[in-house]
Design a protein around this ligand. Structure first.
Ligand SMILES: Nc1nc2c(c(=O)[nH]1)N[C@H]1C(S)=C(S)[C@@H](COP(=O)(O)O)O[C@H]1N2
Ligand SMILES: [Mo]
Length: 415
């Protein structure tokens, strides 16, 4: 609350005292104003031109992209959300990153079954229609792959927020609390964990402590108001708010109540963090507070010269809501509170802005998030001191973008 109020005041004072000259030229004689244009003469497309609307051709560059050396095979692979080109906080499904261990499967609603078995009073099998008859809720949550920013552990590498931070999306899910389905089956007192798996060949099986399963997990069948896309788990996926994406089982097929964790490949050889000491951190489910400036960024250079510049980005925490974001223009020496946009929701993306007046000088742009637990996003070197250099997952360090006098932007690291 305090940070929000003070950042707001700072913004207003800053803008007023600087006497910002926003670009408001009269553009006398501009033919786009004085001439009748082609599109104003004839008719546009009829209402039946696209029964399902697609982005206009001028926006065809705003798409998921791969990092070539990471995508040797597209079946067990990942692509990245174009976060640099999006605004607000909701990720359209069509550009939300995808991560498959054995490809995206085509599973119809009639063929869909969800089984709950193991330590329950009554093993149950639900059809899609059965799930639709339980009380449902809507919630906005981010889903971040634990490997997001993993390629940046050893140094600045990928040139674009899409590639350094794009293994994330943020959607409004409609689903049934997993708790309701588990209560229907009747969890026995010996049951302390659930093992969840998908219908795809990889199954992506993971163990989740019962507390979390009975907490805020959702068995979701809609995202952003419409059916889940095939690549996001149609017809039903598990939503595990604030926890690493690997647990968000797509094409959710089976939930087994167990005494203990199953210790699958996904939770032993993968999704653990090998520390410098040789000991691996395990069960690192929660995504720590993190943020990134999406513009300016390498794919979003400053093209308009000096003067008013909107600096913007995204912040999130798997432990709660974002309380504040600070922005540095000089590589972390001085910090200014950013303006948080709208209501900061727990376990969801928060948009932030700094309405700046650029003097054309070089900048080392950084953002630093703080969440409702008081946790502050760490510097890269501080994180390395604790975790060493062997890690892939859970890199939530502060990102630096170097903006040169031409407004071009590069991924760099500052000591
Ligand atoms: N069944 C199944 N669920 C899965 C996966 C998978 O390969 N199969 N990949 C997991 C991983 S590693 C991540 S990060 C998220 C990605 O979700 P998305 O593809 O909708 O972005 O799904 C998870 N759920
Ligand atoms: Mo992932």
């Amino acid at each position: 609350m305090t940070s929000k109020t003070s950042s707001r005041r700072q913004f207003l004072v800053g803008a007023a005292s600087a006497g910002v000259a926003f670009p408001t030229a009269s553009r006398a004689g501009d033919p786009l104003i004085t001439e009748v244009q082609d599109w104003a003469i004839g008719h546009g497309d009829g209402v039946d031109a696209s029964p399902y609307g697609l982005p206009i051709s001028h926006e065809s560059h705003v798409v998921r992209r791969n990092v070539e050396w990471l995508t040797a095979d597209t079946i067990s692979s990942i692509n990245f959300t174009p976060i640099h080109a999006l605004e607000g906080t909701i990720t359209p499904q069509g550009v939300g990153f995808e991560r498959h261990h054995s490809g995206a499967i085509d599973l119809s609603k009639p063929d869909y079954r969800l089984m709950i078995n193991g330590l329950v009073d009554q093993p149950l099998v639900f059809t899609y229609e059965d799930i639709e008859r339980f009380p449902r809720e809507n919630h906005v949550y981010f889903c971040e792959c634990a490997a997001n920013s993993g390629m940046e552990w050893n140094g600045a590498q990928l040139n674009g927020a899409q590639f350094t931070h794009g293994m994330i999306h943020n959607m409004e899910y409609t689903g049934v609390p997993l708790r309701l389905l588990l209560e229907e089956a009747g969890v026995q007192t010996a049951g302390k964990w659930v093992f969840v798996e998908g219908a795809d060949a990889s199954s992506n099986g993971r163990s989740i402590p019962l507390d979390k399963a009975l907490g805020d997990c959702l068995v979701a069948f809609k995202a952003n108001g419409e059916a889940l896309r095939k690549e996001h788990g149609y017809p039903v996926r598990l939503v595990v708010p604030g926890w690493e994406g690997n647990l968000w089982i797509k094409w959710l097929r089976r939930i087994e109540v167990t005494k203990g964790p199953v210790e699958t490949k996904e939770e032993t050889s993968k999704y653990t963090d090998l520390l410098g000491s040789g000991i691996a951190r395990k069960w690192t489910w929660e995504m720590d507070a993190k943020s990134v400036i999406t513009a300016p960024s390498p794919q979003m250079p400053i093209r308009h010269g000096t003067g008013p510049l909107v600096i913007t980005g995204l912040a999130w925490s798997g432990r709660g809501a974002i309380e504040g974001v600070d922005i540095s223009l000089d590589g972390g020496v001085n910090w200014t509170p950013a303006r948080l946009d709208g209501q900061a929701r727990a376990k969801a993306l928060t948009r932030f802005y700094l309405d700046h007046v650029w003097d054309g000088g070089q900048m080392l742009l950084q953002s630093r998030a703080r969440d409702s637990t008081g946790y502050v996003q760490p510097k890269k070197d501080d994180l390395r001191r604790v975790r060493g250099l062997n890690s892939t997952y859970h890199n939530n360090a502060i990102q630096t973008w170097w903006v040169n006098a031409e407004g071009m932007v590069e991924n760099v690291e500052v000591a």
